[in-house]
Design a protein around this ligand. Structure first.
Ligand SMILES: [Zn+2]
Length: 295
């Protein structure tokens, strides 16, 4: 049995999961609790809006319409991946669905049974996210939006200690429903399962391998002449500062200067060079040891 999150908890877990969350009007106290119970909660339901445009969709989900007053969900997930909170409490999103499906969700059993009955109040037991999409099969689902679906569902699973099997589509709950259309819930559950294996707010998928670090080759002593401008000189200066050899009043900057020469001389002395070998004009050996990153 899971007690619904408070508005502040809901906001926090979504933000902790790395989502950009927008609070719409009086979402914290906007609900249908006067029409029926809210909770215990057992899962998360994903929908598509059959609308386009973020603000238009958010307004509609907040207000609802004459025959179906809002809120029509808890959060609207826009195509840019932002999540707009429109309700906290009982919301008109799930309608009547199949009691056997609810039982499977509670038990976190897969595969889900067919949703062939409309005998159970879903608005009581499910958080709902409406995703902005026309639902016509051709309106695209941007990667940012799918990632936000994944993160939002994962945030609630984490908060309630649920697995990805607590996340279902409206079409898996209520006979006749087709949403969400454009991706499979099995694939989305797979993404959520993978995310739940990591930390809140973690990166999408496995971390990208680090590119190999490479360094600027020695450009030759003649390169370091008065008037020379190059991002290589700025990068060199930054490395000299990092090595504690910076002798800059301003900068480092791209133009080879007396301050660069003094700084480089300090680096040469740090390496043990003396005399003419520490005159501040870069040489190959000291340059290679400075490890100036590629610009
Ligand atoms: Zn729906």
């Amino acid at each position: 049995m899971a007690t619904p999150l408070s508005a502040s908890q809901l906001l926090r877990v979504l933000r902790d999961e790395g989502l950009k969350v927008v609070e719409h009007r009086s979402w914290r106290t906007h609900n249908r609790n006067h029409k029926g119970p809210w909770g215990p909660v057992h899962g998360v339901m994903i929908h598509h809006t059959v609308t386009s445009g973020t603000q238009n969709s958010v307004n509609l989900c907040y207000d609802g319409y004459a025959s179906l007053p809002g809120p029509l969900c808890h959060g609207v997930i826009a195509k840019d991946g932002s999540v707009h909170l429109v309700g906290n409490g009982r919301a008109n999103h799930a309608g009547l669905g199949d009691d056997e499906v609810l039982r499977a969700v509670i038990d976190e059993r897969a595969p889900l049974p067919a949703d062939n009955e409309a005998n159970t109040d879903g608005n009581r037991h499910f958080y709902g996210f409406e995703c902005v999409n026309l639902g016509n099969g051709s309106d695209p689902w941007p990667a940012a939006q799918l990632e936000a679906v994944e993160r939002a569902a994962a945030a609630l699973c984490r908060a309630h200690d649920w697995s990805d099997r607590s996340v279902i589509g409206h079409k898996e709950w209520q006979p006749g429903k087709t949403d969400p259309r454009g991706f499979t819930m099995d694939a989305m559950r797979g993404r959520i399962r993978q995310r739940l294996g990591g930390q809140p707010g973690g990166p999408a998928g496995p971390p990208a391998p680090k590119p190999p670090v490479s360094y600027e080759p020695f450009p030759g002593a003649a390169f370091f002449a008065p008037g020379r401008r190059s991002p290589v000189i700025t990068a060199m200066g930054r490395r000299l500062v990092a090595e504690g050899c910076g002798r800059y009043e301003v900068g480092p900057g791209p133009e080879w200067s007396e301050a660069d020469r003094r700084s480089y001389a300090a680096w040469q002395r740090k390496l043990g060079y003396t005399g003419a070998d520490a005159d501040g004009t870069p040489g190959r050996a000291s340059w290679d040891r400075l490890k100036v990153p590629n610009v």
